[in-house]
Design a protein around this ligand. Structure first.
Ligand code: ROI
Length: 162
């Protein structure tokens, strides 16, 4: 079993609901065991600012799927929850599931870059990840705690439904 961390992001069409549906779907993944999910966070858009705020979270699973088989599953869930891939770079999205970490593996191929290339700069990845894995060290030896300490919160807030 390999522990994997998956970033969840949405800013269209009831994002909190989309995130909850994604969490339910992740709990059903084949060859996998559910470990944990962070709180839902509300974050300011990275990229063009003329788009709604995002809901973000990070989930942890253990799996015997290969990285590409897991990626297939994540893309299936994105499709089932209504993702339409648009040409616009960094535009709004109904549901984005990113494979952030796959154990301590470094993976670079045409479909996948793990660790996720942007994770070290993204408060909406680092803080939820730290919530569920405070002791984590990245494959390059950097501690997550150190990355979090050097990453501005940028208005990130725990999302509250009421
Ligand atoms: N910005 C935020 N806050 N959260 C995201 O999940 C997110 N995802 C993206 C881009 C467009 C880079 N901006 C984001 O893909």
């Amino acid at each position: 079993m390999t522990i994997c961390y998956i970033g969840i992001g949405s800013n269209l069409g009831d994002p909190a609901k989309k995130a909850q549906l994604a969490i339910k779907a992740l709990q059903q993944l084949p060859q996998s065991q559910w470990v944990a999910v962070s709180a839902l966070y509300c974050s300011k858009p990275m990229g063009p600012s003329d788009q709604p705020d995002y809901i973000n979270a990070v989930a942890a699973i253990e799996t015997t799927l290969t990285p590409l088989a897991l990626l297939d599953q994540l893309q299936r869930i994105e499709q089932e929850k209504g993702r339409v891939r648009k040409a616009e770079r960094w535009g709004p999205r109904t549901l984005d599931l990113d494979l952030i970490l796959f154990g301590d593996q470094t993976i670079v191929n045409e479909r996948l870059t793990v660790p996720h290339y942007g994770m070290k700069q993204r408060e909406f990845v680092l803080y939820p990840l730290f919530e569920i894995a405070p002791q984590l060290t990245l494959p390059d030896g950097q501690s997550l705690a150190n990355l979090v300490n050097n990453c501005p919160l940028n208005d990130l807030q725990v999302y509250c439904d009421n």
